[in-house]
Ligand binder design. Structure first.
Ligand code: ADP
Ligand code: ADP
Ligand code: ZN
Ligand code: ZN
Length: 749
C-alpha cells in the first residue's frame, strides 16, 4: 500500500480529518503553533503505531512499555513500525556517554581487548560499568560527591541563628542539638569568629565521645563533625535519607573529579593497557574527528574488520556534524539538538527497512550549514525504503520535502484542518499562512540602531573559545550566529555572565516548582480572577482556587487520578468526580458573567482578551498575543508547553522596569514563520526601549533583522571558537569568509 490512510481524526483540536499520507517519501507537516501538527503526527499517528506494537508484545514486556493513550480516530491503515526522533534529552543516567549511547565505545572496547598491550581481559572489562573494570573509588562515574562548605555554612550567623543551612541542622532541628549540646561551642557566636580549632572540631572531627556535654546529651551518643556526618548520612550509597533530602542536598553538594582515576572512570590495570601509547580513556577523551584520525593510522591485517567498523561508526558522527564531541562526554550535558542527532546516528547503522521515522523539528540548534548534512541523512533514510514524517518550520527543510501537509488555518479551535497538501512547488499558491510566507520575500534590515556603549568581553578561553575579545553593543538587537558547536552558548551563556552578572538569561527550562502551575498562576493573575468571582458571588476567594477550598476532594485539584499499577508506570486519567477540571463540583455553580471558573480555565488567551476588562490581566494577555501565544488556554499546565512556548512565556514575566540585558537562546524554536514576524516586532519594541538584546539564532529572517551580528566559527569544537564577523546584516552580505554570510545571500535571493 502506498499511503497511510487516516479516517476521521479528532485528537485534541483535529476536526474529524481524513487524509492519505504517501509512504516512502519525506512528508513535512507545517502550520502555526497550536494548529494541530503534534496532535496529528505524534498523538494520532505515532500514538497508534506505538499502541499497535505494544499489543503484539507479551504481557511482561507490555507492562514495561510506555503507556500511550488510545488516539481519538476512527481508523488508521497501513502503519509501519515507528521510530520517533525528538529532542528529549538522552537518558539522565550519569553512566550514559556519547560513546555508550552510540555503541561506539563497545567497538572501541573490542579493539582494546584485541590490540591493547598488555592484554588485560575480554572486551567487557574495559567497561566502566563492569566491577572488574571500574575505578573502585568512584565506581566508574569519574566523579565523587563532596560538600560545598560555602553553600552549607553561613559564617555570618551563629549556630543558634541557623548557620548550617540544611534541614535538621536548623534551629529546632534534632541534628543541631548534637552540636549545641556538645559543650564545645558558644552557640551564639558567629561562625566567622570561631577559632581555627573550634572550626575544625565543628566541621571535621572524627566520631568520639564529647568531654563535657550538656546534661541533656544522650549517654551513648557520639560527637562527629558536620562534614563526615553529612557524608555518612546522605552521600553513602546505602543512605536512606538521601532520597527524602534530595532537594536540600542539591543545594549543598558538588561533584569533584575522582581523585583516584582523575575522571577516567577505570581502574589502574585497565588504564595500563595501551595501543600506540594511548589507553581507552585517552581515546574516549579525543574529539571524534581526532579519534578517527588515530584509528585510521592503525594498521593490522588481523584486526582489519574491527578497525573498519570503528572508523565507519566514527564517520557517521562526522557526517551528522558532531565530530567535535568526545566519546566520554555525558549525554546529559548535550543540548536537545545534539541529543536528537545522536539518536539519528543510532539509526543510521540500522538495516531494517519499511520503518516510519517521525522527526520533531530536527532543525533546532542547527545552522543552515549543519542542515545540509541533516538533509542528506534524512534522504538516505528515505532511500533505504522508509517513510519519514517531519514536524518542522524551517524553510530549507520545508523546501526539501517530497510532500507537504499544511495545517491550520489558525490555532486551537481555529485550527485542526488541512489547509494544503501537495508538493512544495504549489504551496506558494495556497491561501494558508505557510503559503503566504513563501509567496512573500524576506527583508533585510537597512537602518541599524546606534549602540549606547558596549559590554566588553576580554580574553574568553572557556572550552573551545580562542582568547576572544568581543564588544556587544548595548541598547540594540544583536544576533549571535555560527554552526552548532562553534561556541555561541559558551560565549553568551557561560562567559558573558562572568563579566556582567546582571543578565537575564531566558532559556527553555522549567523549574520543578512551576511545572504543575497553570498559565494564570504563572502570570500571577489568578488572584485577580478569583477576586472577580468572589465579589460577584459574595463568597470567599479561596473557593476558586484548586490549591485551596475549591479543590476537588477526589483528585485534590489535580484534575487527574494517578492509577498506581504494580510493576507498571503510573498512568493518569481524568478525574471522574470533577471531569478533569480540578474544581469541587459545587464551585461550578458560581458564575462570573455567565462563565464558571472552569470555563475561564478553558478559555484561550484571545478569548480572554475579549472577555475581561481589567487592565491588570489584559496587559498580560496583550503581551502573550504579541508573542504569538494567544492560542494557549488559561488553565493549561506549564509542563505541557513546548520549550519554545515556555521561553516566550518567561520573557513576558522577566521584563522589569528599567533597562535590562536579555539573552535568548533560539527564541524561534517551534515558531511558524508568520509568528517569527510577531516575535521580531516584539524584540524591536524592546530594543526601542533601549534594552540590550542578545539572541542566539539560526533563523535567517531573524539574522536579517538584527542591528548587529556576531558570527562565531568557522567550524565546531576546536575548529571554531573564533570571531568570523562583527557588523550589520548589510555588511555581512559582503563578507567572504563566514558561512552565515553565504546562507544569508541565498536566503535573500
Ligand atoms: P502544533 O503541534 O501544531 O503546535 P498541537 O497539536 O500541539 O499543535 O495542538 C493543537 C491544539 O490542541 C492546541 O489548541 C492545543 O492547546 C491543544 N492540545 C494539545 N495537547 C492537548 C492536550 N493534552 N489536552 C488538551 N488540548 C491539547
Ligand atoms: P554552540 O552554542 O555554538 O552550539 P557550544 O558553546 O555549546 O556551541 O559549544 C562549543 C564547544 O564547547 C563544543 O566543542 C562543545 O562540545 C564544548 N562544550 C560545551 N559545553 C561543554 C561542557 N559542559 N563540557 C565540555 N565541553 C563543552
Ligand atoms: Zn575514579
Ligand atoms: Zn477531581
Amino acid at each position: 500500500m502506498e499511503n497511510i490512510e487516516i479516517t476521521n481524526a479528532r485528537q485534541n483540536n483535529l476536526k474529524n480529518i481524513s487524509i492519505k499520507i504517501p509512504k516512502n517519501k519525506i512528508v513535512v507537516f507545517t502550520g502555526v503553533s497550536g494548529s494541530g501538527k503534534s496532535s496529528l503526527v505524534f498523538e494520532t499517528i505515532g500514538g497508534e503505531a506505538q499502541r499497535q506494537i505494544n499489543e503484539t508484545q507479551n504481557s511482561f514486556i507490555r507492562n514495561r512499555l510506555q503507556h500511550y493513550g488510545i488516539p481519538d480516530v476512527d481508523k488508521i491503515e497501513n502503519l509501519n513500525v515507528p521510530i520517533i526522533i525528538n529532542q528529549k534529552r538522552l537518558g539522565g543516567n550519569a553512566r550514559s556517554t556519547v560513546g555508550t549511547a552510540t555503541d561506539i565505545y563497545a567497538t572501541l572496547r573490542l579493539l582494546f581487548s584485541r590490540m591493547g598491550k598488555p592484554f588485560v581481559g575480554y572486551s567487557n572489562v574495559f567497561s566502566f560499568n563492569n566491577p572488574q573494570g571500574m575505578c573502585p573509588v568512584c565506581e566508574g562515574l569519574g566523579w565523587v560527591q563532596t560538600v560545598n562548605i560555602d553553600a552549607l555554612i553561613d559564617r555570618d550567623l551563629s549556630l543558634n541563628e541557623g548557620a548550617v543551612r540544611f534541614p535538621t541542622f536548623q534551629p529546632g532541628g534534632w541534628r543541631l542539638t548534637r552540636y549545641t549540646l556538645s559543650g564545645y561551642f558558644d552557640n551564639d557566636r558567629k561562625l566567622k569568629d570561631f577559632s581555627p580549632e573550634e572550626w575544625e572540631k565543628l566541621m571535621y572531627a572524627a566520631e568520639h565521645k564529647p568531654k563535657k556535654p550538656d546534661k541533656d546529651w544522650g549517654k551513648t551518643v557520639k560527637y562527629e563533625g558536620i562534614i563526615p556526618r553529612i557524608e555518612k548520612a546522605f552521600l553513602k550509597k546505602d543512605s536512606k535519607e538521601n532520597v527524602s533530602r534530595k532537594e536540600a542536598l542539591t543545594n549543598v553538594i558538588i561533584k569533584k573529579n575522582c581523585p583516584a582515576c582523575q575522571g577516567q572512570r577505570l581502574n589502574e590495570k585497565i588504564l595500563s593497557c595501551r595501543i600506540e601509547g594511548r589507553n581507552i580513556a585517552d581515546c574516549a577523551a579525543l574529539s571524534v574527528d581526532d579519534l578517527l584520525k588515530f584509528v585510521n593510522s592503525l594498521t593490522s591485517k588481523t584486526y582489519e574488520v574491527i578497525l573498519k567498523e570503528l572508523s565507519a561508526k566514527l564517520e557517521n558522527i562526522v557526517t551528522i556534524g558532531l565530530q567535535y564531541l568526545t566519546l566520554d562526554r555525558n549525554t546529559d550535558t548535550l543540548s536537545g539538538g545534539e541529543s536528537q542527532r545522536i539518536k539519528m546516528v543510532r539509526n543510521l547503522g540500522n538495516s531494517l527497512v519499511d520503518l516510519l521515522y517521525i522527526f520533531d523539528e530536527p532543525s533546532i540548534g542547527l545552522h543552515p550549514k549543519d542542515l545540509q548534512n541533516i538533509t542528506t541523512i534524512i534522504k538516505q533514510i528515505r532511500d533505504k525504503g522508509n517513510s519519514v514524517l517531519i514536524v518542522e518550520h524551517d524553510p530549507d527543510l520545508i523546501k526539501m520535502a517530497d510532500w507537504i501537509v499544511d495545517m491550520g488555518p489558525g490555532s486551537g479551535k481555529n485550527g485542526g484542518e488541512i489547509v494544503y497538501q501537495g508538493p512544495f512547488s504549489k504551496l506558494k499558491k495556497s491561501k494558508g499562512k505557510t503559503g503566504l510566507y513563501f509567496a512573500g520575500s524576506p527583508v533585510l534590515k537597512k537602518k541599524s540602531r546606534t549602540p549606547e556603549g558596549y559590554l566588553k568581553i576580554r580574553n574568553a578561553n572557556l572550552y573551545n573559545l580562542k582568547n576572544l575579545n568581543v564588544d556587544i553593543p548595548k541598547g540594540v538587537l544583536t544576533v549571535v550566529t555560527g554552526v552548532a558547536g562553534s561556541g555561541k552558548s559558551t560565549l553568551i551563556n557561560k562567559v558573558l555572565p562572568v563579566f556582567y552578572p546582571d543578565i537575564t538569561v531566558i532559556d527553555q527550562s522549567l523549574s520543578a516548582a512551576s511545572a504543575r502551575s497553570s498559565l494564570l498562576t504563572y502570570l500571577n493573575i489568578s488572584d485577580v480572577v478569583r477576586r472577580l468571582f468572589a465579589r460577584s458571588n459574595h463568597v470567599s476567594e479561596k473557593l476558586f482556587s484548586r490549591n485551596s477550598e475549591g479543590a476537588c476532594k477526589n483528585c485534590r485539584g489535580l484534575g487527574v487520578e494517578k492509577i498506581d499499577l504494580a510493576f507498571m508506570d503510573d498512568i493518569e486519567q481524568p478525574c471522574e468526580e470533577c471531569g478533569g477540571t480540578g474544581f469541587d463540583p459545587r464551585v461550578l455553580q458560581y458564575r462570573y458573567h455567565d462563565k464558571t471558573i472552569a470555563d475561564i480555565m478553558n478559555m484561550t488567551v484571545s478569548e480572554a482578551l475579549l472577555f475581561f476588562t481589567e487592565e491588570a490581566v489584559l496587559k498580560h494577555f496583550e503581551m502573550l498575543t504579541k508573542l504569538g501565544l494567544d492560542y494557549l488556554t488559561l488553565g493549561q499546565r506549564l509542563d505541557s508547553f513546548s520549550g519554545g512556548e515556555r521561553q516566550r512565556l518567561k520573557l513576558t514575566k522577566e521584563l522589569k522596569p528599567g533597562q535590562q540585558v536579555i539573552v535568548l537562546d533560539e527564541p524561534s524554536t517551534g515558531l511558524h514563520p508568520s509568528d517569527t514576524q510577531k516575535l521580531l516586532a516584539f524584540l524591536d519594541h524592546l530594543a526601542d526601549q533601549r534594552h540590550t538584546l542578545i539572541v542566539i539564532e539560526h533563523n535567517l529572517d531573524i539574522i536579517a533583522h538584527a542591528d548587529r551580528i556576531i558570527d562565531i566559527g568557522p567550524g565546531a569544537g576546536k575548529y571554531g571558537g573564533e570571531i568570523m564577523f562583527e557588523g550589520t546584516p548589510e555588511e555581512l552580505l559582503k563578507d567572504k569568509k563566514s558561512f552565515t554570510a553565504e546562507f544569508l545571500r541565498k536566503h535573500l535571493q
